[in-house]
Design a binder for this molecule. Structure first.
Ligand SMILES: [Zn+2]
Length: 411
């Protein structure tokens, strides 16, 4: 029997928390380690303590609220996400995943349900990366992907230091970041894209996060007079760039199977209306869930660039500057999410995350899975970001049942 969460109570929590850092347009401005971040943390800690949870935080401010299990020798099953937001963010991104954990604990308490494992709710510090860069710093240090000292000493645009701001809001803990074994980690999040909504599905069983590769491309031709240089004698960098852009777009279509290719930046030099452009700088972003496919896409990109370069007699320089490999979530954890989603009766589908999440880093150190629910028109990182109360409730019920399945099986 599925235990019913109280979706009205959860909805109320989301809107209570949304008052802290509320913007005029109904969104949130709750930057990491700001006064608003402190206030929402204090509000959250009080709510967790009222449910009998023991609250701890580590040296980068990651916050852990633990509901004891029957067996103290087992590591906790964790539910988490982040309470910080973009400067013009929404009420659901991240917040849902943390408050769903609180609702899960409240439901267990209300029904007097004991678990074998302790259950933990986690608020990761600075997921958004809007004030301090890069993003996902708390979970990144936790997983050993980012250096603690680098994070503690990084500065915002006003020159304020992460570690000093953490002290100022009173959330620097004693616990060594990462010295905190987890049995498993589950994160509920809005999709931040249009796939579930378009497909009329309520639950996304997230199987992984796609990989991405970033490239810089510079094309070098020759500047000449637009009125005196015959077409045949030109070395026009922007014509080569135009052909590359359309070929890169076709590349994704040729590869198919969810491949994405984008030319996001294009700068032409000297950028003058009566000069044949001598140089173009552009960027390419390739994404896919499989490394082998990314490799094929990269090979194809190199071919395109060299073919178009020689056709238009421009030299080309292609550099890969970032490679973020695809993540596949833990099969057992994804399995309990799928099972729980099926039991719930809500329409579901498997989905791959196009965006990064704390779960990406946590998956390096603990078995991990994610659950998505639709967000209105696929819009996120925007004050108008919205999700329905029904979907919020459905996602949280699926989350609670998934951790109970995990608890029963891995006791
Ligand atoms: Zn988020």
């Amino acid at each position: 029997m599925t235990t019913q969460i109280n979706s009205a109570r959860l909805w109320n929590d989301i809107h209570e928390s949304g008052k802290i850092g509320a913007t005029e347009k109904g969104g949130l401005c709750r930057l990491a380690l700001s006064d608003e971040d402190r206030r929402v943390r204090e509000w959250f800690v009080e709510a967790c303590r009222a449910e009998g949870c023991e609250v701890r935080f580590d040296e980068v401010g990651n916050l852990f609220a633990r509901r004891p299990g029957r067996r103290s020798d087992l590591h906790p099953i964790a539910i988490g996400s982040h309470l910080d937001s973009q400067p013009t963010g929404g009420k659901f991104d991240g917040i849902l995943g943390v408050l769903a954990g609180l609702e899960a604990v409240r439901t267990l308490n209300e029904h007097g349900i004991e678990t074998e494992h302790p259950i933990e709710i986690i608020d990761w510090t600075n997921e958004e990366g809007a004030r301090f860069a890069p993003a996902m710093q708390g979970s990144g240090v936790f997983a050993g992907a980012l250096e603690k000292e680098t994070v503690l000493s990084c500065r915002d645009r006003e020159g304020l230091v992460f570690g000093e701001e953490l002290d100022r809001i009173g959330f620097r803990g004693e616990e060594i970041c990462g010295d905190h074994p987890l049995d498993s980690y589950f994160e509920l999040h809005i999709e931040q894209g249009p796939i579930l909504e378009n497909d009329k599905k309520v639950i996304g069983v997230v199987v992984g996060v796609q990989g991405m590769r970033w490239y810089d491309l510079t094309l070098e031709g020759s500047a000449s007079h637009a009125g005196t240089t015959p077409m045949k004698l030109r070395r026009d960098a922007s014509v080569a760039a135009a052909e590359i852009i359309t070929a890169v777009n076709r590349l994704a279509e040729e590869i198919g199977e969810g491949a994405l290719a984008t030319t996001g930046v294009i700068d032409a030099y000297p950028n003058s209306r009566n000069v044949v452009p001598s140089r173009v700088f552009m960027t390419v972003d390739l994404r896919h869930t499989e490394v082998e496919v990314l490799d094929r896409m990269e090979e194809r990109l190199k071919e395109i660039v060299s073919t178009m370069g020689s056709q238009h007699q421009v030299s080309e320089k292609l550099d890969r500057l970032w490679d973020s490999p695809p993540v596949k979530f833990d099969a057992e954890c994804v399995g309990v999410v799928r099972e729980s989603a099926k039991q719930s009766g809500h329409p579901l589908r498997e989905i791959t995350s196009g965006a990064g999440h704390d779960a990406v880093y946590v998956s390096r150190v603990a078995p991990t899975a994610m659950i998505f629910i639709p967000c209105k028109d696929g819009i996120s990182h925007n004050e108008i970001e919205s999700a329905s109360r029904e979907h919020v409730g459905a996602g949280t019920s699926v989350l609670l049942e998934a951790i109970r399945l995990r608890d029963r099986r891995w006791g």
